[in-house]
Write a protein that binds this ligand. Structure first.
Ligand code: ATP
Ligand code: MG
Length: 566
């Protein structure tokens, strides 16, 4: 038999291959991605999306998008829409239409009645505090609830009345009747249903005041959809016995296999929706799509490509080992993609005026430059050249600081990228001694040629014609937290303590080559020698378009780690 699913190699595919060999699930493979619509998707979700959709594709099965919407207080239609947008942007197509756990509320209720009829569920009137105290500990068995041995008839009556809205929030729950002495705390008569009045559910409105718990809803939703392999993160390993118990005790014949894998953690950021929500609601970032956020919306706005995120998920793989991935791994996936695909442009981020004295003021010429030096098929663009240009302040020193400095110095020469060689003849300074203008002369024989007299000019710097430049605001992003594991906080400390106050640097006055006036939002280009940048989705700030730095040219994280280790 031809081996299926060879598109990747992980222990989950090993299980699936075995199920295919033994004919379990009639040779079908159906997966699902089950987000709760209580926040935006983050890079951790991308791992789960790539895994679930990737497996479905490779095994010629399908993958459902199912909203796990049993917590209406925290869920909104905005989050539902954002999740759909992000999954599609990442490049995946769910089967049929988006599904909702709430589609199954009626069936879930019906199966709860089945459990009650078998004496396997009961209505409990303990307060949450009493329930907590009687649950026991890891070393001590729990104590049975005084309501545990109610008759089936009474339980049916009470549960029906719970649905009808006769009881207040928190006054009663439906509990599974399993084993108060189980070594697995999840099996000590877990709650299956709770009462919530007065919330409007984004899908079911005010139809229900009874809401099923995740651990009860998930196995049944999976089974109803014919899911074969229910992939979830490791923290659900201890819940698997309950997943199986629910399906073993109701009349639904299908029983999916739950398989757990480790969550993705990414250094210098957090991937917990609860924490991301705090960053947003307390205003530490501008929103869920702030380019510093590890959300898919934030990464898209910052210029990350969907392909590079998929590559990243491929590279980190899927295992059962908990780990924290270096940010450099994600950024190198982005860089690899953009290095190959992003057109090259010139932009001056810290402008210093250069006047080319021997170039006529009423003259200009149109130079051409390749869009990508290694990929001629990407074509060329036109770059205007004129008497006044901008160069970067960092590319000039009055005195050569060391022999490695190949850029412009007083009296020295440098090549303007894609253009002529210029010599710095005179430096004009302000009263405070700041260099304001360089007066240079150009060598008109040096366009695309070395000097005829054989003199060597090694440095090449970028520039932009002042008369033609597009003024822009450029935003540079740094890590959001200044600790590799911001989620690990000391007692009494908050994860926000390690927020990096320097995560955003705004350069208000930058100049871009005119080609960049027509740019597509979110599509990165390389600013030569500076990094990759893209036009922001916000229209402008102070009359200027905003550009985001997607990623630097080289790995700046390695340096941060080096400094930390010293
Ligand atoms: P969070 O802790 O961010 O709230 P969650 O698990 O509650 O995450 P869900 O919306 O329930 O968020 O997640 C949908 C799916 O994505 C689940 O199957 C979950 O296991 C998976 N997932 C969530 N976070 C990660 C992560 N960091 N790495 C891998 N998979 C994840
Ligand atoms: Mg969850």
């Amino acid at each position: 038999m031809e081996e299926q699913g060879s598109g990747g190699n992980n222990f989950i595919r090993h299980y699936i291959n075995r199920d295919l060999e033994t004919g379990r699930f009639d040779g079908r493979v159906v997966t699902r991605f089950p987000p709760e619509p209580n926040g935006y998707l983050h890079i951790g979700h991308a791992k789960s999306i790539c895994l679930n959709f990737g497996i479905a594709t490779d095994y010629h099965g399908h993958c459902n998008l199912r909203f796990d919407d049993t917590n209406p207080e925290k869920e909104t239609p905005e989050f539902v829409a954002a999740i759909e947008r992000d999954v599609a942007w990442l490049g995946f197509q769910w089967h049929d239409r988006p599904l909702y756990a709430s589609d199954y509320f009626e069936q879930l209720y019906h199966y709860a009645l089945e459990l009650i009829e078998q004496g396997k569920a009961y209505v409990c009137e303990q307060t949450p505090e009493e329930m907590r105290l009687s649950r026991g500990t890891l070393t001590q068995a729990g104590k049975a609830s005084p309501w545990r041995d109610r008759s089936v008839a009474e339980n049916l009556q009470l549960f029906t009345e719970m649905r009808q809205g006769k009881f207040g929030d928190g006054s009663r729950v439906l509990r599974a009747r399993i084993d108060m002495a189980s070594p697995n705390m999840n099996m000590r008569d877990p709650t299956l249903y709770r009462i919530r009045h007065g919330v409007i559910h984004h899908q079911t409105g005010n139809e229900w005041c009874l809401y099923p718990m995740y651990d009860y809803t998930h196995p049944i939703s999976d089974a109803l959809e014919g899911i074969t392999h229910s992939l979830c993160t490791l923290e659900f390993e201890d819940h698997r016995p309950l997943y199986d118990w629910v399906l073993e005790n109701i009349s639904l014949p299908h029983h999916p296999q739950q398989i757990e894998f480790s969550r993705l953690n990414l250094q210098y950021t957090v991937v917990s929706k609860r924490k991301l929500l705090r960053l947003v609601s307390e205003g530490h970032v501008s929103g869920w799509d702030d380019p510093r956020m590890p959300t898919l919306a934030g990464m898209r706005r910052r210029g990350y490509t969907a392909a590079s995120i998929r590559t990243f998920c491929d590279r980190i793989g899927v295992t059962k080992a908990d780990n924290s991935v270096e940010m450099g791994v994600l950024e190198s996936s982005v860089r690899d993609d953009l290095n190959h695909n992003a057109p090259r442009r010139m932009a001056v981020l810290q402008p210093l005026k250069v006047i080319i004295s021997n170039y006529a003021a009423d003259c200009e010429e149109l130079l051409t430059a390749p869009n990508h030096p290694q990929r001629p098929e990407m074509g060329e663009r036109v770059i205007p050249f004129s008497r006044e240009i901008w160069i970067d302040r960092d590319d000039f020193r009055e005195e050569r600081p060391n022999k490695h400095f190949k850029r412009l110095v007083s009296g020295g020469e440098v090549r303007l990228r894609n253009s002529y060689i210029i010599r710095c003849d005179r430096v004009e300074k302000s009263e405070t001694g700041e260099v304001v203008t360089l007066y240079c002369s150009y060598d008109e024989q040096t366009l695309g040629r070395n000097p005829a007299d054989g003199r060597k000019v090694k440095g090449v710097i970028h520039w932009v014609s002042a008369a033609h430049a597009v003024a822009a605001e450029v935003r540079l992003y740094d890590r959001l937290f200044n600790r590799p594991n911001p989620e690990q906080v000391a007692e009494g400390e908050d994860f926000l303590h390690s927020l990096n106050p320097q995560s955003l640097t705004i350069l208000e006055s930058c100049y871009l080559e005119p080609e960049l006036a027509e740019s597509e939002v979110g599509v990165s280009v390389q600013f030569e020698r500076e990094g990759y940048f893209c036009l922001d989705s916000e229209q402008e700030h102070g009359g200027r378009p905003i550009w985001n730095r997607t990623v630097t040219l080289r790995d700046s994280w390695a340096k941060i780690e080096e400094q930390r280790e010293q």
